[in-house]
Ligand binder design. Structure first.
Ligand code: FMN
Ligand code: 173
Length: 359
């Protein structure tokens, strides 16, 4: 298969998916203006290379919360990979393993945690939304521990799923035959069955997500697992400080790919203050609009330890299943390895604040 750029994978994926599914994958909340804003924030950052450094061998490898990765790259949690391909998360896990990338499995994965683990040869983390029914969370934590997942990621930017105009217009619902198989069917039923003018996903979240949780509840979760705990969707330095106080091991600095709070700060703009606030006391992952190897370098220069990539993994999956995801990851890794060489930064630790300028 000829190498495709991520942009080509996107175009190919669009042609293969039903329009309402495409709209759900690609869409954003409210004005959808944050989709381009996230990209613009990264585009404003320019790289400043060093020269005459020995870059004959570049090593993109890192260890993140005990997970060994071929590069500082993970796949962001995304619900229902079967929307993109019948094999769903099992295919994604195979590809992530082959590339040495982390896979974060969504609580609303369409394949079982155990089947995904069986297909994975690399590290897996499990992402949770805080459902009203706490027994579901306790059971998922136990299953993740038993299946060898290496961290838990609590998404904290979604007390409910935001208004997303495309999904509302399409009356989007999770198609029959695709289910969040790791959660009781009764808890998930509102996600199915469309209603004109309303997104079933948004409706389901209002019914089943616990919007009352606070930092005290985080302590409850912290006590129930020895796995590292990650919070996803932090943008305020004050929250980063609180997270450190509550024993959180890493933060995913993210505006949820422009799908939650409309006009929320792009992650790349929020990151510097958060780096200052945590002062090295927890790991930081930049999420949103990562599309090039150079974006990984920019994130590291800003002070992140790694990045998450979201939609491009689903483009690869829609294009050609596991092979497509593996190729998307390979394109990003090859680009990053080249950026390391051209930046004069043969190790991940060589990227620092002097490697970027804002313009
Ligand atoms: C189709 C889709 C489903 C998503 N599902 C989840 C989810 O279940 N949990 C979660 O924390 N974030 C979810 N996200 C957000 C991603 O984890 C990530 O923050 C975002 O996609 C990153 O932006 P990018 O797509 O520009 O890389 C989802 C995103 C998409 C596109
Ligand atoms: O679409 C999303 O971004 C998301 O987080 C989600 C939440 C609930 C169900 C499906 C996806």
């Amino acid at each position: 298969m000829a190498a495709l750029t991520l942009r080509e994978y996107r175009a190919e994926a669009e042609g293969r998916l039903p329009a309402p599914v495409w709209d759900f994958l690609e869409g954003g909340s409210g004005t959808e203006s944050m989709l381009s804003a996230g990209r613009a924030a990264l585009d404003r950052i320019r790289l400043r290379p060093r020269c005459l450094v020995d870059v004959s061998v570049c090593d993109p490898g890192v260890t993140l919360l005990g997970s060994r990765l071929a590069a500082p790259l993970g796949i962001a949690p995304m619900a229902y990979h079967q929307l993109a391909h019948p094999e769903g998360e099992v295919a994604t896990a195979r590809a992530a393993g082959a590339a040495g990338a982390l896979l974060t499995v969504s609580i609303f994965a369409s394949r079982t945690l155990e089947d995904i683990a069986a297909a994975a040869s690399g590290p897996l983390w499990l992402q949770l939304y805080w459902l009203r029914r706490r027994e579901t969370l306790v059971e998922l934590v136990r299953r993740a521990e038993d299946a060898g997942y290496q961290a838990l990621v609590l998404t904290v930017d979604a007390p409910r799923v935001a208004y997303r105009p495309r999904d509302a217009r399409n009356g989007f619902a999770v198609p029959g035959g695709i289910r969040a198989v790791n959660v009781d069917a009764a808890v998930m039923s509102a996600s199915h069955g469309g209603a004109a003018g309303e997104s079933a996903i948004a409706r389901h979240s209002k019914e089943q997500f616990d919007a009352s949780i606070t930092w005290r509840d985080l302590a409850w979760l912290r006590e129930r697992t020895s796995l590292p705990l990650v919070l996803k969707g932090v943008l305020a330095p004050e929250d980063a400080e609180l997270a450190v106080e509550y024993g959180v091991d890493a933060l995913v600095v993210s505006n949820h790919g422009g799908r939650q709070l409309d006009f929320a700060i792009p992650a790349a703009d929020a990151l510097p203050e958060i780096v200052d606030a945590v002062g090295g006391r927890c790991r930081l992952i930049l999420d949103g609009s990562i599309r090039y190897g150079a974006d990984i370098a920019k994130a590291l220069c800003l002070g992140a330890d790694a990045v998450f990539v979201g939609r491009p993994a689903l483009w690869g999956l829609a294009h050609s299943g596991s092979a497509g995801v593996a190729d998307v990851l390979r394109v990003l890794l090859d680009e990053f390895e080249e950026v390391m060489a051209l930046m004069g930064a043969p190790r991940v630790g060589d990227f620092g604040n002097s490697g970027i300028v804002h313009h």
